[in-house]
Design a protein around this ligand. Structure first.
Ligand SMILES: NC(=O)c1ccc[n+]([C@@H]2O[C@H](COP(=O)([O-])OP(=O)(O)OC[C@H]3O[C@@H](n4cnc5c(N)ncnc54)[C@H](O)[C@@H]3O)[C@@H](O)[C@H]2O)c1
Length: 380
């Protein structure tokens, strides 16, 4: 099998991917870089990877680096992605792709020009829950999808400064991505509202007054979906949830993100004559990791990702997010090796991210209709 060399940049959350690249059968060398030398040394020691880079520039200049995976702070994604693509390297970037429509367009243009792969490393599209509901839908078990709902409730106080007051839908990808992926379509317009109020010091950085944003999306194929995102001063147990309402069966996330999801089956006419029975079960999730190479299958294990010490993920060798990390790495690496588009290709990434950016524009403008640009001029 052809092998590629990968550089991993940003070793906070990024540390959760180190050992997966190291053990992937189609990866030869792994290079590491973090601008914090202590973090770089820590992750290098723990993983046994000695290829430490001295700068981000070294990663893009080295001729033996084929692909770069960016796991750096949000404000850096746009410029770093463009630099990677311009340097003629394949690029994976953690979410969000960018935080403005102009930024998304610049990345789309850079990918088009370079002809290299771009993949947004959206964890929700490879959770054991998403894989299961997608499998049920593909087999026809849900019937027609009638409505979709996504949620991401997370308190981001005391996180690094760039999070302070971030417009909720600028990081809406975990709530929006599964809706796009399951719809088989493209979000074309949005109406959204912001709700609540928060401390003035949170409003300053992004001129965003809202701790909560909620959006209704219209898809090109006629489907509608709702997504809600909370970031500050809102008491709600963590959840990156997906709710899929089908004509035969529906799939609903558990309350606390870690519990069993619920499947409701629309049964026969009820014994009272009106309506149909609903049969509700909390289900165990099948293991879909058989699609992964043996070497990295064990990384789907329920991970202990420590938000406060993210670089320590290198100790644990597994990353959480419902087992999604090895699937993401495998898809990125194999799309390069097999010269094909990745599942979360640039067009899907642009639609997911732009839907969130436009939702915030709508929220700031009292729920007006905002059309989502079609980034169709991207490499097919
Ligand atoms: N489920 C998910 O998909 C998920 C989960 C967590 C974080 N994220 C994303 O991952 C990214 C990183 O999250 P985090 O919590 O580790 O962030 P962080 O800000 O805590 O850490 C980022 C790391 O990048 C390093 N860094 C900063 N500037 C750099 C530069 N110019 N070059 C190289 N390294 C640099 C920092 O030293 C730090 O170690 C964010 O963009 C976040 O949105 C996604």
């Amino acid at each position: 099998m052809k092998k590629i060399n990968v550089a991993l940049i940003g070793l906070g959350f990024g540390a959760t991917f180190v050992n997966i690249y190291k053990e992937h059968p189609a990866v030869d060398k792994v290079y590491l870089y973090d601008k914090d030398k202590n973090v770089l040394d820590y992750v290098s020691n723990k993983s046994g990877i000695e290829n430490k880079l001295s700068s981000f520039e070294e990663a893009i200049e080295r001729s033996d680096v084929d692909a770069i995976h960016l796991v750096t702070p949000i404000p850096l994604h746009e410029e770093q992605t463009i630099q990677v693509l311009k340097a003629g390297k394949h690029c994976a970037c953690t979410v969000p792709m960018a935080t403005s429509l102009e930024g998304i367009q610049r990345i789309v243009d850079a990918a088009e020009k370079s002809g290299k792969t771009y993949m947004m490393m959206e964890t929700t599209l490879y959770t054991d829950r998403f894989l299961h509901v997608k499998n049920m839908y593909d087999k026809g078990e849900l019937g027609k999808i009638q409505f979709l709902r996504g949620s991401h409730y997370q308190d981001m106080s005391y996180w690094p400064d760039y999070w302070e007051g971030l417009p909720p839908m600028h990081y809406g990808t975990h709530a929006i991505a599964p809706l796009v992926a399951l719809s088989g379509s493209r979000i074309k317009k949005v109406h959204a509202f912001g709700s609540g109020s928060m401390d003035e010091k949170l409003v300053k950085q992004y001129s965003n007054p809202f701790p909560v944003e909620t959006a209704i999306f219209a898809f090109e194929n006629g489907l509608k979906a709702e997504a809600t995102r909370t970031l500050f001063e809102t008491a709600r147990q963590y959840q990156e949830g997906l709710f899929v309402y089908g004509s035969k069966k529906s799939f609903e996330w558990s309350f606390d993100d870690g519990g069993k999801p619920y499947i409701t089956t629309l049964g026969e006419r009820s014994k009272w004559g009106r309506g149909r029975e609903n049969i509700v079960e909390a289900v165990d999730l099948p293991d879909y990791s058989y699609v992964l190479p043996d070497e990295i299958r064990h990384f789907t294990g329920k991970g202990g990702f420590d938000n406060l010490n993210p670089h320590r993920a290198a100790d644990m060798g597994e990353g959480g997010h419902h087992g999604s990390h090895p699937y993401l790495v495998h898809e990125f690496v194999m799309s390069i090796v097999e010269c094909r588009k990745p599942y979360i290709d640039i067009r899907m990434a642009a639609n997911i991210t732009a839907a969130g950016v436009c939702a915030h524009i709508s929220a700031i403008n009292d729920g007006c209709c905002v059309e989502i640009p079609d980034f169709e001029k991207v490499r097919k």
